[in-house]
Write a protein that binds this ligand. Structure first.
Ligand code: SAH
Ligand code: SF4
Length: 385
C-alpha cells in the first residue's frame, strides 16, 4: 500500500457534534469560514490570535469581538477541545495525557520537562500500521490517522494543563515555558499522515500563534522514503530517522517497513534531505537490543553508513513492555557502542528514559483503554507496507 493511499483508508472522522470546528483551519480557510457569516478578514485574525496565542476555549472569552459577533460564532462553530480521560505524572516530572477523540478513539501525548525548556511528544495516528517488533504502539489493533484538529488539540491541551498560555501583553521572551519543543515521536508514523501532520505543524509554527519555530520541531520517521524530501522542503523541520539496524537482514526482522524501503535507499534519502547541515544534523535513533543489534561490529557498520551525512546518533535503551521478548543491552555495552560512534566524530548521546513508571517512554505508548481491555498483540493488524 502506498503512503498516499493510507489517507483514505484510515481517515479521521468529521469533527464536532453538528457544528463545524474552527481549530485546524489554516488562515485562508478561517477567513473563508468567517466571511460566510459576513465577517471581514480582520475578524479572522482576531479569532486566530485568541485560539492560538491566548488559547481560549470559548468564543465568550474573545473580548475584542462585539458580543453579538461572539454569539454568532458560537451558534455556528465549535472550538471544543477533545476530552482528557487520564492525566498521569511520573516521579521524574514527565506527564502523560490520554485524549479521547469524538469517535471514542484515544491517543497519548507526553510532556518531558527540563529546567528551562521541555518537549511535547505528539501522536500522529491512533496506533500504528507498522508493527515494529520492539514497539508497543505497533501492537495496537485499531489504527487511523489523526485529523489536523486532533494533532493540534494535543498541543493546545498540553498548554492548558501546564498553564502556559501567555498573559495579555506579556513579553513572550520573558514568559517561562516548559513547552518549547515539539517532537513528532508519539503514536503513529507521521509520514503516513503527512497532509494532516504538515497542516498542524504549519499552524503550530505560525509566529502569531503557538509560535514554535521549525528549529524546535523534530519529526521522527521509521523511513517512509518517498515522503522525506517533501517533509524537508515544505516544513524544514529537524528530521529523526529510526534506523535501529545496520543491514537489511536485521532491519527486515525488526521493522517491516524495511522490506519496502531498504537501508541503502533510506540512507540515500537522508543524504538528500533538504536543510541538513552540520549545525542541523539528522538524528539517527538506535534502540539498544541485547544480542540483536548492539555488537561493536554493528557500531562500526553504523559509522560506515553515516559517512557523508550530517548526523548524530541517539542511542535509546530499550524500554520494556509486557511480552515484547526483547531485553535492553547492558549499560557497559551501550557505552562501548557509543564510544565507537563518538570516536568517528558523531555525537552519540544515550537517551535517558523518561516516564517509564507511567509507560510514557519511547515505544511504550498504547492506548490505556485497550491495555485495560487486555487486547492481545496477536490481534494486531498485519503490516500494510
Ligand atoms: N513512528 C515513528 C515515530 C515514533 S518515534 C518512528 O518510528 O520513528 C518513537 C521512537 O521510539 C522511535 O525511534 C522508535 O523506534 C522508538 N521505540 C519504539 N519502541 C521502543 C522501545 N520499546 N524502547 C525504546 N525505543 C523504542
Ligand atoms: Fe510505528 Fe514507529 Fe512504533 Fe514502528 S516504532 S510501530 S513506526 S510508532
Amino acid at each position: 500500500m502506498s503512503a498516499h493511499s493510507h489517507a483514505g483508508v484510515f481517515a479521521p472522522p468529521a469533527q464536532g457534534a453538528g457544528k463545524p470546528g474552527l481549530i485546524g483551519l489554516d488562515r485562508p480557510a478561517l477567513e473563508a469560514a468567517l466571511a460566510g457569516l459576513g465577517l471581514p478578514a480582520f475578524r479572522a485574525r482576531q479569532v486566530w490570535h485568541w485560539l492560538y496565542h491566548r488559547g481560549v476555549t470559548s468564543f465568550e472569552a474573545m473580548t475584542t469581538l462585539a458580543k453579538p459577533v461572539r454569539q454568532l460564532l458560537d451558534d455556528t462553530f465549535s472550538i471544543d477541545r477533545p476530552e482528557v480521560t487520564r492525566d498521569q505524572e511520573s516521579v521524574d516530572g514527565t506527564r502523560k495525557w490520554l485524549i479521547r477523540m469524538v469517535d471514542g478513539q484515544e491517543v497519548e501525548t507526553v510532556h518531558i520537562p527540563e529546567s528551562d525548556r521541555g518537549a511535547l511528544c505528539v501522536s500522529s495516528q491512533v496506533g500504528c500500521t507498522l508493527t515494529c517488533r520492539f514497539c508497543h504502539t505497533g501492537t495496537q489493533p485499531l489504527v487511523r490517522n489523526l485529523g489536523v484538529a486532533e494533532i493540534l488539540a494535543q498541543i493546545l491541551t498540553a498548554r492548558d494543563a501546564l498553564n502556559e498560555w501567555p498573559a495579555p501583553g506579556a513579553n513572550p521572551n520573558e514568559t517561562v515555558s516548559t513547552l518549547t519543543n515539539i517532537v513528532m515521536m508519539g503514536m503513529g508514523e507521521p509520514l503516513y499522515n503527512y497532509d494532516n501532520v504538515s497542516a498542524a505543524l504549519k499552524i503550530a509554527m505560525d509566529g502569531e500563534g503557538i509560535a514554535i519555530s521549525k528549529r524546535r520541531i523534530t519529526l521522527s520517521t521509521s523511513g517512509v522514503v518517498p515522503m522525506m524530501r517533501r517533509c524537508g522542503a515544505e516544513l524544514g523541520v529537524n528530521l529523526a530517522v529510526s534506523l535501529h539496524a545496520v543491514n537489511d537482514a536485521i532491519r527486515d526482522e525488526l521493522m517491516p517497513i524495511n522490506k519496502a524501503y531498504p537501508v541503502a535507499e533510506l540512507m540515500r534519502a537522508c543524504r538528500e534531505y533538504p536543510g541538513a547541515t552540520n549545525a542541523r544534523r539528522i538524528t539517527f535513533e538506535y534502540v539498544m537490543l541485547k544480542g540483536v543489534n548492539d555488537s561493536l561490529i554493528d557500531a562500526q557498520e553504523l559509522v560506515r553508513l553515516l559517512n557523508g551525512i550530517p548526523a548524530k546518533v541517539n542511542l535509546i535503551p530499550f524500554n520494556p513492555w509486557p511480552g515484547s521478548g526483547f531485553e535492553c543491552s547492558s549499560r557497559a555495552q551501550i557505552e562501548r557502542f557509543a564510544r565507537v560512534v563518538m570516536d568517528a566524530g558523531y555525537p552519540s548521546p544515550v537517551r535517558e528514559p523518561r516516564g517509564r513508571d507511567i509507560l510514557a517512554a519511547c515505544g511504550q505508548l498504547r492506548s490505556d483503554s485497550l491495555r485495560q481491555k487486555k487486547i492481545k498483540p496477536e490481534t494486531a493488524l498485519e503490516s500494510v507496507v
